[in-house]
Design a protein around this ligand. Sequence first.
Ligand code: GLY
Length: 324
Amino acid sequence: MAVTTTNIQIEVGRVPMGKGPNWAFLLAHGGAGPQDPSGGMIEQAEKRVATVLNQAGAGIPSDIPSVLKLSWQQATPLERLVMNGTRELEADPLFNAGLGASLQGDGQARLSASFMESQRQKFSAVMNVTNIVHACDLAWALQEQRHCVLDGMGSDDLKRRLGIPATSPVTKDRLAKWISYKRRELAAQADSSGKTGTVGVIGLSGSNHLAASTSTGGVGNEAPGRVGDSPTIAGNYCSKQVAISCTGLGEQIIAFALAPRLALGVESGKTLESVMTKSMELADQRGYSFAAIAIASDPAAGVLEWAAGSVNCRLVWSKIEKCL
Ligand code: GLY
């Protein structure tokens, strides 16, 4: 643990790299806000994130849309690991992404997801797509398209063009929560700020291949069409030196440029630990509430640095080192 104050928690570590092409180091998170697992569910969520990382393999899932099979076959093992981890977390209603994602103010689930890796360095994302569980499949598909960020209308259209069948991600539990929220909102104009949630998986494999994937149901009860940080580079970013996934209140993550701030700090020669610490301290002064997982690689030194940091919220996260 590098820093622990009442408001800020930062854990960091260093791991030797270059243990062969089949070696990988992964971090994942399951969100950090009231729409995410909280109270007695936090422990369960932490165990689940750890299990997902432990079990994540580099195979091709049987339920992958057939039109994406070729791109999965051509993907690197790290890309498949990161995507498999994200898909598993999306499939678990414990988290606010994919199945069981929170609902917007009009009762619709609109999902957002993004993907980026260090070789192509192309950011791709869908914003507010409906009737889908694995929004990350669309972000993945956009890696091969000219226009790589689509709004809700474009994403819904892409889903149809790819032949991905419409599947409602709405669970009874989320609907019941939304109805109870609406009842309370009618009674008193409730403040929805600070209600947030996301899943994310980042990794480094081989000598220096990095990837980052993030998927979310948004903050819950938001204005229909609201876009948070997850389908932007503020919330999901990857370069040849860093992989970062953020969670927390999207408006604050965007205003703070959280992922680019961490990336630029590392790329200007600072340690991830110092950049994460400074960023979270500044965020605390501004009263922000968010979290990030990050990997920074230093191939010349043969070491990667990882960090999981949060300010004014409780991050559900896990890490693993594995051989494929
Ligand atoms: N971090 C998720 C969102 O604000 O939408």
